[in-house]
Every structure is written in C-alpha cells, then in structure tokens.
Design a protein around this ligand. Structure first.
Ligand code: ADP
Ligand code: ADP
Length: 207
C-alpha cells in the first residue's frame, strides 16, 4: 500500500532522509518512531506529495490522506468548513460521513476551529483527512500536546477504522508505548536513516 525505496530527501545541502526503505501493507498499522529531527515529518510530507525527493521511489496503492503535525486547521473557519476543505479534491462537501465516524464532530460543526481544545482540534484534523475517504492515512503525531485520555479516545477511533474498514495507517509517534499498543510493526528513524524495524512485540522487548 505504501512502498518507499531508497528515498533521499534534501533541504538545500542538508540530508533529511538518507536511503530510507519502508513498506506498509494493505490493512496494516505501522509505527514510525524516532527523536526530533530524525526526518519523520519529512517522510510524511513526501508521502503526501508536499516534498519532492532527490532520488528513490514512492508508491502509494490508493488514496492517501495526511493528518499533519500541529493539525494545521484554519482557525477562523468553522469546523464544518474545515471539514469541507478536506473533501475539495474528491468533491465531497457534506461532512455527515465523518460525523458517523467521529460523532463528537457533529456537535462542534458551527464552532470556530481556533477556539477548540487541542484534542478537539486533532479530531477536526482527523475528520478533515477522512473527508476524502482515503484508504491510507498518515498520522503525524497523534498525541502531541494532548492528555492521555484524549489521546486514547482518538487512538480508539483510529483502531476502529483500521479494524472495521481496513484503513491502512502509518502512525508517526513520539509516544512509543502508544505506537506499540496500536501497531503490529514499527520502523525507527534516527539521523535521517532507518536504524531498526520489526514487530512491535520484539522492538518493545529490546533493552
Ligand atoms: P522529525 O519530524 O523527525 O522531527 P523533520 O522531518 O521535521 O524531523 O526534520 C528533519 C530535518 O530536516 C531536521 O534537521 C529539520 O531541521 C530539517 N528540516 C525540516 N523541514 C525543513 C525545511 N522546510 N527546510 C529546511 N530544513 C528542514
Ligand atoms: P482537551 O483535553 O479538552 O482536548 P487540551 O487538548 O487543550 O484539552 O489539553 C489536554 C492537555 O494537553 C492539557 O494538559 C494541556 O495543558 C495540554 N496541552 C494542550 N495543548 C498543548 C500544546 N500545544 N503543547 C503542550 N501541551 C498542550
């Protein structure tokens, strides 16, 4: 579903990704872990087509949506309008589909996105990504700045979409424990390179 081979991405003379190879199979939830500056967001943005690789290949076997780092909502627009913008490419304007997936959004529809709590904003970003009815979702830091119970609620929705609709997920996370709970396999990125990959059960057991 996601097939990345020997990917190299540079910003000027700085290498952000150095021959990164990674695959996510259809229906899988795979974690991408690593410290700040490792290149995780660069990989997410390259998958989403926002960053051009210098070399290597990226193949995506379906429609991909991104929940970007920091949510990136339009703060002065309503929740409903933020959601509608997520459907612009597929022509979907009616958010009722995502209200079925994330019922809490229905009650927030008329609110200005900028006044919502962090957890609510992340739910809007989640719903906006789902507006295009993607088969692959890349989540750049689900838990960033959120309380554990808020994160758990969002994670529950993600797991449900994976289980019930077969949504394929690449989950970028600082919180390794959360990633290991949700995902079967993980990659660890450090200084632009994949330094470890494997089953979460094995990686979690490593000292
Ligand atoms: P992570 O998501 O793992 O924190 P990033 O992909 O954001 O890592 O960053 C990887 C490296 O690329 C860092 O050294 C960062 O400073 C640099 N970088 C990221 N975005 C840009 C950019 N737009 N221009 C220049 N350098 C960037
Ligand atoms: P809610 O639980 O209603 O979604 P928030 O997401 O605003 O509320 O807050 C959850 C927790 O995350 C709180 O402890 C809050 O202080 C913290 N928090 C919220 N936003 C940030 C942020 N940008 N950076 C760091 N911590 C944050």
């Amino acid at each position: 579903m996601i097939d990345v081979r020997d990917l190299v991405v540079s910003y000027g003379t700085a290498t952000a990704l150095d021959r990164v190879t990674l695959t996510v199979r259809r229906g899988e939830m795979v974690a991408l872990l690593g410290p700040n500056g490792a290149g995780k967001s660069t990989l997410a943005n390259t998958l989403a087509g926002l960053v051009q690789p210098a070399s290597g290949t990226v193949e995506i076997g379906g429609r991909l949506a991104l929940i970007p780092e920091g949510r990136q909502l339009f703060p002065d627009l309503s929740v409903a309008d933020n959601l509608a913008l997520g459907g612009w490419r597929s022509g979907e304007r009616d958010p009722s589909y995502v209200y079925d997936l994330l019922p809490r959004l229905a009650g927030l529809a008329g609110r200005r996105a900028g006044v919502l709590s962090g957890g609510e904003q992340q739910m809007v970003a989640f719903g906006r990504a789902m507006m295009s009815r993607p088969s692959v979702l890349v989540v750049d830091e689900l838990s960033l700045g959120l309380a554990p119970n808020v994160t758990a609620d969002l994670a529950g929705h993600l797991a449900e979409l994976n289980r019930e609709q077969g949504l394929t997920v690449l989950l970028i996370e600082q919180n390794a424990r959360l990633a290991f709970e949700l995902c079967g396999r993980a990659y660890v990125l450090e200084s632009s390179r994949v330094v470890a990959e494997g089953e979460c059960a094995e990686l979690a057991g490593d000292p």
